[in-house]
Design a protein around this ligand. Structure first.
Ligand SMILES: Cc1ncc(C[n+]2csc(CCOP(=O)(O)OP(=O)(O)O)c2C)c(N)n1
Length: 672
């Protein structure tokens, strides 16, 4: 192994030695603790330390790193207090995730380390968001994301590199090629000769280096960092290395030929570097022994601190309170809960002009752009073209390309970038071209955005706009109501307006909310309904239903297009006294309003466009029977769409939609 110190001082060389030795010694201790059952799981980075350590030392301390499960060296090189790290691994409340996350699945804002989720791939996309934020604020900073060679087969790898190239983002993508993805050798993972060859395909530069040589890693990353900053471009680095232990300690190493271990043992990054600094007289045996003893003592001392308070007192209220970030109090927030939707006189002074549903959304978004200079919009064709439904038409001319961003077709990478923007204090709105396409970004939403605050108290300040629903003959993949996929995920909020006034106010509220909010907008309502919309900048409070219509015979609890169906039905059958509640928010549900609807009528029907089984209606019906049983005169009934995909032909679609069975269900409920 050739070490080239270039112009590094003796002190620096010693610092590097200390930095690469510490994670090795910590790991050796942890492997003992694992065998004693004091920690539960361990992914070893032994043999790969030069990469995490060398790369971290090459960055500025306030440059974000997105590490993975073998990157202890990132955490030690950023000087996280060891006792807190140990507490983290022991699952203690004193760790970085209050006992909620395992091993390296946590982040620390203070140290500019973004916590990984188990799913491999998303870390790469978050780096793009961070670098975008820094580019937009003219900061001379890069970000660096790690991936194993196994992770390079994930879609997020391809999406992330492509977005970084197209948006000219200064991101370093670092592949640790350690030969195996769990038990799968590289020849069963990919066909290119070197992974770095892929750089060219994305239109970026790349280099392959010896990942066991700390000086090579440090020097390369420093140079690459300068390149990224100077050229405002991403860069791909492939570090060759080897995993000297099993995938994780329980998995063993039978699937790896012994000769590979023998070969790579000779290239041990810690031993080789130690030999090197001794060979050039920078440290002698005695000095090295002294450092080892110092670390040994330190590790024991810090372990003692971590072990003093190991217990976790589970408190359900505290856990639930930590699912959502708190919103800052503000002076202008208001709630519109009146039946007739007239403007609340205390806040709105002008008569409200009539606006179509689509124009109300547009106005809410436009005013939010004026209100928040740190709000960035991202979506397919949303700039010059104005979006598939023209909601952002004219925005790019007014707010510029930086804030109104056309994206390549890569929902996952853009949602990951939105989280990265949050890390740097930005807000973002991501437009799904159709709600159906959210499936391509599903993991980012339900696993990354939704869980990040609970896991390590980093909020995801993101609104995802979801043009949704059927009724326009668009077939199975442009018509779905997929809100219940998300309603089951703690950490998300879901709003679903049915009137123009709510559409504007809920969008503004969603953008002001520091949490990830899914904003469902029904396409069939865009141009088919109008209503008064105050010109002011106002919020409709998230989590509050609207009492649409007073009645005492039956109550219809609904949302979205269902509100129109219910109102049309009530108008058609004036002989039935129908009470209507528009939920407006599906997560969290307004249980108070639901109970009131039951109290007023004793006979309740939950109506939704989504298919029946496992829909929101099931949840509401269950809650009512559990909590309002004594108020009921009949079982809670559900009226929903057929449990089939959404058919294309208008006749079939009409038959599919819940509306086709509304009269039948109402009659059944009345006659029960
Ligand atoms: C999306 C996803 N699929 C599967 C897994 C399970 N898994 C965890 S680590 C791993 C192998 C990863 O290999 P590589 O990316 O080369 O990293 P290494 O573990 O070798 O450092 C697999 C398959 C996962 N975490 N995420």
């Amino acid at each position: 192994m050739n070490f080239d110190r270039k112009n590094l001082s003796n002190e620096q060389l010693i610092h590097f030695y200390r930095s690469i030795l510490l994670p090795r010694m910590i790991e050796e201790k942890m492997l003992l603790l694992l065998r004693q059952g004091k920690i539960s799981k361990w992914f070893s980075g032994i043999g790969q330390e030069a990469i995490a350590v060398g790369a971290t030392l090459a960055l500025e301390e306030d440059e974000w790193i997105m590490p993975l499960h073998r990157n202890l060296g990132v955490f030690t090189a950023r000087n996280l207090p060891l006792h807190k790290l140990f507490a983290q691994w022991q699952g203690s409340k004193d760790g970085y995730s209050k006992g909620r996350e395992r091993s390296f699945h946590f982040g620390s804002k203070e140290h500019h380390i973004c916590g990984m989720i188990s799913h491999l791939g998303p870390q790469l996309t978050i780096a793009n968001g961070v670098s975008l934020a820094q580019k937009l604020t003219n900061k001379d900073k890069i970000s660096l994301a790690f991936t194993g060679e196994g992770g390079t087969s994930e879609g997020d790898f391809h999406e992330a590199l492509n977005v970084a190239a197209v948006w000219d983002l200064p991101v370093i993508f670092l592949i640790e090629n350690n030969g195996y993805a769990l038990s799968t050798p590289t020849e069963e993972e990919y066909r290119c000769i070197s992974l770095v060859d892929r750089a060219k395909g994305y239109g970026m530069e790349g280099v392959q280096i010896d990942g066991n040589n700390i000086l090579a890693v440090y020097d390369t990353i420093r140079g690459v960092r300068d390149y990224c900053l100077k050229n405002q471009k991403p860069y791909l680095v492939e570090c060759t290395t080897f995993r000297m232990r099993g995938h994780e300690e329980a998995s063993g190493t039978k699937y790896v030929p012994q000769k590979l271990f023998d070969l790579w043992e000779l290239k041990d990054p810690v031993k080789k570097y130690e030999e090197y600094i001794k060979s050039i007289g920078v440290a002698n045996d005695e000095e090295i022994e002294k450092i080892k003893n110092e670390f040994k003592e330190k590790i024991e001392d810090e372990l003692k601190i971590a072990s003093t308070n190991h217990s976790v007192d589970a408190d359900a209220e505290e856990e639930l309170n930590d699912v959502y970030a708190e919103k800052m109090a503000d002076g202008w927030q208001m709630a519109v809960n009146s039946v007739d939707n007239s403007s609340p006189s205390s806040v709105i002074h002008h008569p409200s002009p009539e606006k179509r549903f689509i124009d109300a959304i547009k106005e809410g978004l436009h005013q939010s752009m004026q209100q928040h200079s740190n709000l960035v919009l991202m979506g397919q064709d949303i700039a010059e073209y104005g979006g598939a439904f023209k909601i952002t038409e004219g925005f790019v001319q007014e707010f510029g390309k930086d804030r109104v961003r056309n994206t390549p077709l890569c929902e996952s990478a853009i949602l990951g970038a939105a989280l990265g923007l949050s890390l740097e204090g930005f807000k973002s709105m991501v437009e799904m071209q159709f709600a159906d396409f959210v499936t391509m970004g599903f993991n980012q939403i339900v696993n990354n955005l939704a869980k990040v605050y609970y896991r390590w108290q980093q909020n995801a300040d993101v609104v995802i706009r979801m043009p949704t629903g059927a009724g326009v003959g668009a077939g199975p993949f442009h018509s779905q109501s997929n809100e219940s996929w998300f309603a089951h995920t703690p950490g998300l909020k879901i709003v679903y307006p049915s009137t123009p006034i709510d559409a504007k106010g809920l969008l503004i509220a969603a953008i002001n909310d520091p949490n990830p909010v899914m904003y469902f907008e029904h396409k069939a309502l865009y141009r088919s309904i109008s209503g008064p919309v105050p010109q002011e900048y106002y919020e409709i409070e998230i989590g509050k239903a609207r009492h649409v219509r007073e009645g005492d015979e039956i109550g219809i609890i609904t949302y979205g297009a269902g509100v129109q169906w219910a109102e049309d039905y009530a108008a058609e059958y004036p002989g039935i006294s129908i009470d209507i509640v528009d939920l407006r928010t599906l997560l969290p549900l307004d249980y108070f309003s639901i109970r009131e609807a039951v109290t007023r009528t004793g006979r309740v029907l939950v109506l939704h466009e989504d298919t029946l089984s496992g829909g929101i209606g099931a949840e509401i019906a269950a809650w009512i029977s559990e909590h309002c049983f004594e108020l009921l005169d009949a079982p809670v009934m559900r009226c929903a769409s057929l449990d089939t995909p959404i058919p294309f032909s208008i006749e079939l679609e009409n038959n599919f939609l819940a509306k086709a069975r509304l009269d039948e269900t109402v009659q059944k409920l009345i006659n029960f």
